[in-house]
Design a protein around this ligand. Sequence first.
Ligand code: F0G
Length: 363
Amino acid sequence: MSITNLFGKKSGAHQWQGVINEYRKWLPVTEQTPVITLREGGTPLVHAEYFSKLLGNEVWLKVEGVNPTGSFKDRGMTMAISKAAEDGAKAVICASTGNTSASAAAYATKAGMKPVVLVPQGKIAMGKLAQAIAHGAVLLQVKGNFDDCLTLAKELSENYPVSLVNSVNPFRIEGQKTAAFEVVDMLKTAPDIHVMPVGNAGNITAYWKGYQEYKAAGMVRNLPMMWGFQAAGAAPIVKNKIVKNPETIATAIRIGNPASWDQAVAAQVGSKGLIDSVTDKEILSAYRLVAAKEGVFIEPSSAAGLAGLIKKKEQRKLPKGQVIVVTVTGNGLKDVQWVLNSAGKPIVIPVDLKRAAKVIGLK
Ligand code: F0G
């Protein structure tokens, strides 16, 4: 589809249309649905040479941090906000560990709706907080954790005229499943294993739905095993028990009672996959490695999948020679303190060629 510029001239360039228009026939939209899009999706699938060698597998990164608001949440949000607009909603609400609120704020603003976001006080990354503020959200910092925020958001949506856009909203899952379509469209097959972090468990639910739908329609022959990784201090699915006070440095997945718990287990069982946990130390180590070796800067929570693969390799539980896709869910620029905290002293120099060359080690 060509682009028409403001002066009515057609440009020859192709621009990705956003997930609704690119995958329209797979989504519950009609001609009446107003498409609220920031051209999300169409994200790079990057071959990871370092991790492929390290893990003895063909590893690909699905880099979701390049979405318009910097995380995979935009895929579901374009659907949730478009459907809310179709319903005539004037305000939307969500609970969030940061990325959903950033995305909801941007898409609601684009649609001319009022975004209301509830986040756990002091437990979300600054970049995400800034996004909600920049997009004009009514930002409530709740003295509780994500699970408390979600309970409150649900109650508000049940009792007041405001639509809930958390992933308990089925349109969110519909939009997010398009990431599985993109993987298959790119690889011309489903991977053997698809790995990702698990927090509220919407994403693993969505990918599994996407892969299954593509298989049912004959778009692909195989299905991947779904491997999800929670943070050790916030691993209710692994422990099969609600975690009352979840704790992890990976604030995006600091969740003790995931909304899509049953669906995540269904994905695990149905795909003969697994859901396991990784420690904060393992997460941070993978987080540093992927930036330093692959040139892909992600946020700490997004590294849980890679950390999980390294753990499985160390446990000798990782098969070899498989095609593995790892979804890295959010952009590193949202949460830079983990880099800066461990950075050495800055090198300051005068405007002096010789000094600069000496410090760099050039001869
Ligand atoms: N990675 C990032 C960067 C996230 O922000 C989230 C969830 C996940 C992984 C986990 O995905 O919840 O579908 O299992 N963030 C939500 C939020 C909870 O509010 O932004 P999930």
